[in-house]
Design a protein around this ligand. Sequence first.
Ligand SMILES: NC(=O)c1ccc[n+]([C@@H]2O[C@H](COP(=O)([O-])OP(=O)(O)OC[C@H]3O[C@@H](n4cnc5c(N)ncnc54)[C@H](O)[C@@H]3O)[C@@H](O)[C@H]2O)c1
Length: 273
Amino acid sequence: MTTPIQYQGNTAVITGAASGIGTGLARQAAKLGMRLVLADVNADALHAFAATLDAETLAVPTDVTQPESVQALADKAWDRFGGVTLLFNNAGLMATGFSWEITPERYDRCMGVNFGGVLNGIRSFVPRMLKDGKPGRIVNTASIGGFLPSPLMSPYSASKFAVVALSESLWGELRMLQSTIGVHLLAPGPVQSGIFNDPFGDAGNNPATQQFVQLMRDTLTQNGMTPDEMARRAFAGIDAGSYWLFPHPEHLFPALEKRVAAILNEQDPPSFP
Ligand SMILES: NC(=O)c1ccc[n+]([C@@H]2O[C@H](COP(=O)([O-])OP(=O)(O)OC[C@H]3O[C@@H](n4cnc5c(N)ncnc54)[C@H](O)[C@@H]3O)[C@@H](O)[C@H]2O)c1
């Protein structure tokens, strides 16, 4: 049983808050009367977005790949607001191309932000939240890509599978401690955002990757959920105490069923999407 949390007057920390899904989460948290600590590596965009919100907001330029940067974020959150109730480990980026063509730097950066950023958030925030002993939640953003691997974005798929695993381990650990801190795994499908605008450098020097990136951009623009609707669904799941936050079940469940069936029947991986 997840301990209920109160939003009004309590603090939410959101990483990757300057764009896309992070902005929707911030607007929804503000609507619920929360105080906000917003973090992003893009300081200009972060400050510009923070200024649009009608909430007590602290904007902290942060690089989630750097443990000391995330530690400083936690210091500032506790100094300013005295505690944190909701932590959204949301910052993420894309890296596309054939697996053997993606440079080690691009691979490492994608893993460092998408997985390392979540881990750094856990390391800096969970011990303090445990010490405070108040109800709280950690919400880690994975993706439907954390359940359905895709060609031409293997760093992203690998990093999101890692977030799925880390989050379940964390959930079990906090249960073992009978803690008042709960965990949620947020796994969206397509949401309107900037994630495919800068697929960490280039789209690869081959037509297949360029075509893939263009298709994904079009999918997000034309069929993507708005960040506000995504956030509304995520908060509904948080309210319900549901570990799994699936804002797009129709994009995940049928494909996941096929994947699991293929594994159990020892068949080739089904194509994606
Ligand atoms: N948009 C989608 O369709 C979709 C689907 C599933 C999951 N997601 C996940 O949602 C999360 C948010 O992505 P988005 O789609 O809103 O993309 P986005 O590009 O619009 O926003 C991501 C934000 O993260 C920030 N960021 C990047 N590296 C950072 C770092 N080192 N430190 C701090 N901030 C950093 C960026 O500056 C940006 O503001 C990501 O984890 C992404 O993988 C997105």
